[in-house]
Write a protein that binds this ligand. Structure first.
Ligand code: ADP
Ligand code: MG
Length: 467
């Protein structure tokens, strides 16, 4: 099934006729094409949509527009209303949710997963809040009603939103609304419509054909003793607004059958592409891994599995990345940096303490400052917290190890440095090695996009704090 064609009515100005246009457009589309599925929803905090379309004696609604942002499927929320128009009930708690939402693509995702088709019309608040942004992001067509020069100036923010998100400006259309036919000007622009259109064109904005006139009859349709909101189609047939609404609806319908690829389809294609990029970035990281433990060399990484590994490490020059066994790294740290003279027994509580703090730490090895000379190489060992801020550091002489090496005492630090930071002459370069504890169940988790981005962010932040 084809994705629905999404039309958003948006303007940062209130009282320009958004809700009137959105609700009537739904009815006119349905009148033009009985078989067309038309779904309406509003992010405004009044209940015009529900008032106008809800059939009497409905059981309690299954949800409302806020549920589109909490994982509900649009299909489950839809109610069939008057005139055959479907709608999703409105919600007056949106302002409370606003703080917690920051993804403008959430609605596009929800709609793309649904089996909705036909045309979806979205009414918005006079605000570029996160709900309006979500509507704009998902739209094939955005109608911006303008009634005067100030409301035209406000359009700029909508255009800026499209530019900022790399969206094509093609969906955007100005529609002069509440145009007062009694006003006439001398000069080239005879009336407010001509003038608004000229303003729009002058600013590089494209317009819908025609306009919506200001009509006392239309204004009276939501002020009556019954407290109802009547459609122009049924109660204002003799107004020019009736003809104008018909014309707008016809344009929207023709646009909808004329698009090669609808916005939601484009969005889905973007998602698939992004997913492929993630996958290939992951695979690249995976294939760059050293096969063995960076300390003892024991095989840890093969085609299928990684582990058992305790730590992930990458050099800041990105030449080396791989895993270390937990034991290897822990005992290396104790031996060389925490100065443990004796071997620590497996059940010693100090291990647990270290393991526990390691979960929340990044470790870093780098040549100590001002020790470029081969014979006085020193190595610094840092601990950073989760936010990449230094917690502690300690520096040791590396020559010690050479002596030990000569005296045939086996060192575990040497092979680690050889595999990561030493150059061909056994000298420490400028790069550092950053290490992070990994989950024993899924050591490759750290290579996933978001986790790896955090690791890289700490790497960048740590490097700014090193001497
Ligand atoms: N074509 C029109 N002629 C006269 N009054 C209109 C027209 N369209 C809307 N109105 C009136 O203008 C006011 C604001 O309209 P509304 O659709 O609620 O605007 P918005 O949603 O932009 O705030 C309402 O009182 C409405 O009845
Ligand atoms: Mg409104």
């Amino acid at each position: 099934m084809a994705a629905p064609y999404i039309v958003t009515i948006s303007s940062e100005k209130g009282g320009v006729g958004k809700t009137t246009l959105a609700t009537n457009l739904a009815i006119y589309l349905k009148a033009l094409h009985e078989d067309l599925s038309v779904t309406l929803l509003s992010f405004d905090n009044h209940f015009s949509v529900d008032q106008m379309f809800r059939l009497k004696r409905k059981e309690t609604p299954k949800g409302d527009v806020s549920d589109l942002f909490t994982g509900a499927s649009p299909n489950e929320l839809i109610e069939t209303g008057e005139y055959g128009v479907q709608f999703i009930p409105s919600c007056n708690r949106l302002s409370m949710m606003r703080r917690d939402l920051d993804d403008p693509a959430a609605l596009a995702r929800a709609l793309a997963k649904s089996t909705l088709d036909g045309i979806v019309i979205i009414d918005t608040r006079p605000d570029l809040d996160i709900f309006t942004q979500n509507a704009l992001y998902a739209s094939d067509r955005v109608i911006v009603p303008v009634k005067d020069a100030p409301s035209m100036d406000n359009c700029r923010h909508i255009y800026d939103f499209f530019d900022a998100h790399g969206l094509s400006r093609k969906p955007l259309r100005i529609l002069p609304c509440l145009v007062d036919g009694r006003i006439h000007f001398d000069g080239p622009f005879r009336d407010p419509y001509q003038l608004l259109k000229a303003y729009a064109i002058n600013r590089g904005y494209r317009c819908m054909e025609g306009y919506i006139a200001k009509s006392p009859k239309v204004e009276s349709l939501n002020t009556n003793p019954e407290g109802k909101i009547y459609p122009v189609l049924t109660h204002g047939r003799h107004t020019e607004v009736h003809v104008q609404m018909t014309h707008v609806a016809r344009q929207i319908y023709l646009n909808s059958i004329d698009t090669d690829q609808r916005r939601l389809e484009e969005y889905l294609a973007e998602m698939v592409h992004a997913e492929q990029e993630h996958q290939s970035a992951y695979e690249k990281r995976r294939s760059n891994l050293q096969p063995g433990c960076l300390v003892c060399g024991k095989p840890l990484v093969d085609k299928e599995v990684i582990g058992p590994a305790g730590y992930f490490a990458q050099s800041s020059d990105l030449r080396v990345s791989g895993y270390l066994e937990e034991e290897c790294f822990n005992s290396l740290v104790f031996r060389h940096f925490y100065g443990a003279k004796r071997t620590i027994e497996a059940h010693d509580p100090i291990w647990d303490l270290f393991r526990e703090t390691a979960q929340r730490s990044y470790f870093l090895l780098q040549r100590a400052p001002h020790t470029r000379n081969f014979y006085q190489q020193k190595l610094s060992f840092y601990r950073f917290d989760d936010n990449g801020l230094e917690v502690s550091h300690k520096t040791i002489e590396l020559q010690e190890f050479e002596k030990r090496l000569l005296s045939k005492e086996r060192s575990d630090l040497y092979p680690l440095l050889e595999r990561t930071l030493f150059d061909a002459q056994g000298r420490l370069g400028d790069a550092f090695l950053l290490l992070r504890k990994v989950s024993s169940d899924l050591p490759e988790e750290i290579l996933f996009d978001q986790n790896f981005a955090s690791f890289s962010a700490v790497m960048a932040k740590a490097s700014t704090q090193l001497p």
